[in-house]
Design a protein around this ligand. Structure first.
Ligand code: XMP
Ligand code: MG
Length: 189
């Protein structure tokens, strides 16, 4: 791979435990997902709904890889809970700017952990009567799932560990890492 000194990007090197998914693995997976989705949505105009802030890097790379006309909306939600786990009680911090009725909506998520946030989000968006509603998540933690959510497109199933990078944060840090990694335990103390 070409990320030089492993984990030394942006000076975060000393905090990184190990790289779970490299830049190249992420890039290849996005090409794969985009190829599949381009076939599934051929002839349709897709409305990508990105969930802030974690999905921003994925959304940006995915929209470029998907060679279809897309539009972008963003939503920000906060699920009450600790920094590393969610409760399922969700609050809208920023709603969509536009009506999504009769639109083909594809929700772009960074990660599905318990599934609680996404489950709430799908109910909320489904109530707005889109023509179709599907989810594309870069990561999923199968061992953490508490509620089964129908997710049509998943990049990687990963172990039940807290990960950062490529949009994902710990206390708002590490989102700018170009790969996905775990942190050394002492970083959480
Ligand atoms: P749930 O449990 O509702 O959680 O599926 C979804 C949201 O929780 C955050 N999350 C993480 N953020 N590393 C992170 O940086 C992780 O390993 C992780 N697991 C869950 C994330 O915001 C996600 O949308
Ligand atoms: Mg977060």
């Amino acid at each position: 791979t070409d990320h030089g000194e492993l984990g030394n990007h942006h000076g975060y090197g000393p905090d990184i435990d190990h790289v779970l998914l490299s830049e190249e693995q992420i890039r290849e997976k996005i090409e794969e997902l985009a190829a599949q989705i381009a076939v599934d949505y051929a002839g349709k105009e897709v409305l990508l709904v990105g969930v802030l802030k974690g999905a921003v890097l994925f959304m940006s790379d995915f929209a470029r890889a998907l060679r279809l006309p897309t539009q972008m909306e963003f939503m920000a939600v906060s699920s009450y809970g600790s920094a590393t786990s969610s409760s399922g009680v969700v609050r809208i911090l920023k709603d969509l700017d536009r009506d999504i009725s009769d639109r083909h909506v594809l929700v772009i998520e960074d990660i599905i952990d318990s599934g609680l946030t996404l489950s709430w989000l799908l109910k909320n968006l489904g109530g707005r009567r889109p023509a179709s509603l599907e989810v594309c998540a870069l990561l999923r933690k199968p061992d953490a799932v508490k509620v089964d959510v129908p997710v049509r497109y998943v990049g990687f199933d990963i172990p039940n560990e807290f990960v950062v990078g490529y949009g994902l944060d710990y206390a708002e840090r590490y989102r700018d890492l170009p790969y996905i990694a775990t942190l050394k335990p002492e970083v959480y103390q």
